[in-house]
Design a binder for this molecule. Sequence first.
Ligand code: PMP
Length: 352
Amino acid sequence: MSKFFTNRYSTLTPYTPGEQPRDKKYIKLNTNEAPFPPSPKAIAAAAEAAERLQLYPDPTYRALHTAVADYHGLAPDEVLLTNGSDEILNFAFMAFCDEQCPAVFPNITYGFYSVFATLNHIPYTEIPLKEDFSVDVAALKRASGTLFIANPNAPTGLALTLGEIEELLQSNPDRVVVVDEAYVDFGGQTAVPLVHKYGNLLVTRTFSKSRSMAGARLGYGVGCKELIGDLNTIKYSTNPYNVNSMSAAAGLGVMADEAYTQQNCKTIIKNRESAKTELKKLGFEMTDSLGNFLFIRHPRVGGKAVYSALRERGILVRHFDKAPIADYNRITVGTAEEMAALVAALAEIVKE
Ligand code: PMP
């Protein structure tokens, strides 16, 4: 740390992203990326937009903005596009939490929530998951502050029903409930249709997973126009051109290729469910994940040991060295070939 780093941030522990190693070619199942390339329409649109990079983007991203609003049956002023969904989540912490209004989220969830809270000097309460790793809805209802719920949750993959989301929304109409739907396209129930019913609901989405565009950094939030208006105030006070022109064009390209996205989601769900079956045969225990990832443990081999043995075999997964999930690994669902290689490697590992 330099002597110039302000006290305001000197104790901040930043988020640790999953490894992006370059030392050798791994089967990369550690960061929940899509195993498929972006839609050809997205690639062509980004290439075309590259020819106009001398210009700033339209800060409203009108074409993509309208396409996303139409996709959800919402008005454009109910949508805000951001640089990945990480950005809209940070905006939500900035806009809807402060010293008097803490953030509330489960103790095991997306690791960035606590970082955003600390970055913005927001106190936060972590509500322990129940023993079966499900989110404790009753405790969240009782807690006071802005709720942040990943649905499906990460890294467990377990999802709340829409009924449970409604219970959270109704528990206190005077607080915002942020539902992070990064993984909803792989089997969860979306809360987007509730936007017109609840003025305290913000749903965040990403193009990083089901739309194969993690490198483009494109996400968005939907909510009533007042909430989106607040988030726009934050956007225009930090970075009006928060999405680059090539990513916005690519986003429009993939929105025009919904069949491609749907097909890829179907394949991931199929690969996830067959991997679950194969891994159960090897004695692995797992959550009923509805994400594009598995969350598995073996009764005889520790989580760290499984992680290291897979790494030695050229397969990268994500291990969180944290109670109560240190026995587990989170494994992104890849292609059928990648999953076959994973199952073969794990069969060797549990035999040793
Ligand atoms: N929410 C959850 C639950 C995530 O796991 C992630 C990233 N993996 C994000 C949000 C952020 O994704 P992005 O910024 O790529 O949209």
